[in-house]
Design a protein around this ligand. Structure first.
Ligand SMILES: [Zn+2]
Ligand SMILES: [Zn+2]
Length: 344
């Protein structure tokens, strides 16, 4: 099979590799779509994210949708030909976090495309069957590839205890900001405002159902937020941009007793925030690391029509053109909301 390998910063080459053989509790999946994530772009552009450093050759890609091509002998819930979304992290199952059901915090997780573990910009992958979620007939493998980011959105909405009757503001209208908005809507929140500096992304947010948008390059976020909430402030703010300024704005625009969920990672990892104001408001801060067992929720939300995932995809590139796809995404951030790799 063909594998797209990152051989250096900004460099992709193709190699031929042996076909993976599924173990007894695994299935072999023929990939159909793999999403390009912000983290893939960071590794491609900078060779690292924090302490995770790429040692080439390395395979990117962790948002897979595909078709079951072969099953291990202990696998009973899947059959050849099933469409599946693959959850990318294998956890130990025995540590304290795994036992508490917070397996996303497992220290021994093996996660696609997180150095040194290879990802799935390749034609086939053998993966634990328990982490392959069958897609209903009316959900495509393209949507399957987007279940991964949508699970992050559901985790963010869940951490914020999003519910009917609330007003919410989402900072950042990239893929994670948009899937977070969709997850909020699926949980019954109707009054959602989205903030970004890129007009194209804000238009996408409106198209996907935002009640209003704020272009923070042109408008005062605090003033507009007061207008949009009759002076009260939002019940819930979710920060997906990973910037100090947007995290500060979260504190400024929420009402007293509200919740703020931090999702975005900043460049330096440090932030200066108006904490006295946060204390005055008795804000509850929550954070998000990936997700835990939200694939079934995310798939059901798509199957039932509560979430329109395909609307997020603005660009598709063939597997033969991964380098071009990555370069395009790096250079044209303002026009690309979400790109996916399509396998033939
Ligand atoms: Zn991702
Ligand atoms: Zn564990």
């Amino acid at each position: 099979m063909k594998v797209a390998v990152m051989t250096g910063i900004g460099q992709i080459e193709y190699i031929e590799a042996a076909m993976p053989v599924p173990k007894d509790d695994e299935v072999l999946v023929k990939l159909e779509y793999v999403g390009i994530c912000g983290s893939d772009l960071h590794y491609y552009e900078n060779g690292r994210i924090g302490d995770y450093i790429v040692e080439p050759p390395f395979v990117l890609g962790h948002e897979p949708g595909g078709i079951v091509a072969e099953i291990g002998k202990n696998v009973t819930h899947l059959k050849v030909g099933d469409k599946v979304a693959l959850e990318p992290g294998k956890t130990c199952g025995t540590c304290r976090f795994c036992r508490e059901g917070k397996y996303n915090l497992c220290q021994d997780v093996i996660f696609f495309a997180t150095p040194p573990v290879d990802g799935v910009f390749q034609e086939y992958v053998a993966h634990k069957a328990a982490l392959c979620f069958k897609l209903p007939d009316n959900v495509s493998t393209l949507e399957g590839a987007l279940i991964e980011p949508l699970a992050v959105g559901f985790h963010a909405a869940g951490q914020g205890d999003a519910h009917v009757g609330q007003s919410a503001i989402v900072f950042g209208a990239g893929c994670i900001g948009l899937v977070t908005m969709l997850a909020l809507k699926a949980r019954g929140v109707t009054n959602i405002v989205v903030v970004d500096i890129m007009q194209k992304r804000l238009e996408k947010a409106l198209e996907l159902g935002a009640e209003a948008v704020i272009n923070s390059a042109e408008e005062d976020v605090s003033v507009r937020s007061r207008e949009l909430t009759a002076g009260e402030g939002f019940d819930l703010a979710i920060e997906t941009a990973g910037m100090e300024i947007t995290a500060s704005q979260c504190i400024q625009v929420v009402r007293k007793g509200s919740a703020i969920v931090l999702v975005g990672y900043g460049k330096s990892g440090m932030m200066n925030l108006p904490m006295s104001l946060a204390l005055d408001k008795e804000v509850t801060f929550k954070t998000v690391f990936r997700y835990r067992h939200l694939y079934p929720t995310a798939i059901e939300a798509v199957a039932s029509g509560k979430v329109n995932l395909t609307g997020i995809v603005t660009h598709q590139f063939d597997f033969e053109h991964v380098q071009e796809a990555m370069d395009h995404c790096v250079k044209d951030k303002s026009n690309i909301v979400k790109a996916v790799i399509k396998f033939s």
